[in-house]
Ligand binder design. Sequence first.
Ligand SMILES: [Zn+2]
Length: 138
Amino acid sequence: MDHVTQEKRSWLMSRVSSKNTKPEIAVRRLLHSLGYRFRIHYKSLRGTPDIVFTKRKKIVFIHGCFWHGHDGCRYAKLPASRTAFWAEKMARNRERDQQVYEALERQGWKLMIVWQCELKRKDELIEKLVKFLGMPKA
Ligand SMILES: [Zn+2]
């Protein structure tokens, strides 16, 4: 893709990171099949959280490892070209995430981040989700 201009590349990448990304749908399906009920893309909260449990006052964010800069994750490796550009972009994303978390926590919400790579170990992910959310209603 090296012949693509920076502008075009940014545009392409911005499409990739849009809503209803695959990991997000996978987590939604998983939660649904476990029997949880939730709201999605909840606009009345800062950062339009992906999955919101209004009664439990809990929020689950699904983050792509690259875009949100998953620490130490092999999927968050920076591209070999224009590395500084991507590093800066990721740092900005992370900073923005942090601001969103803090604002939500101040309002009394409990947060959990599901990283894209965690979907590879579904059993562990389920355990983590149930621990965070409490058991779904039978
Ligand atoms: Zn990851």
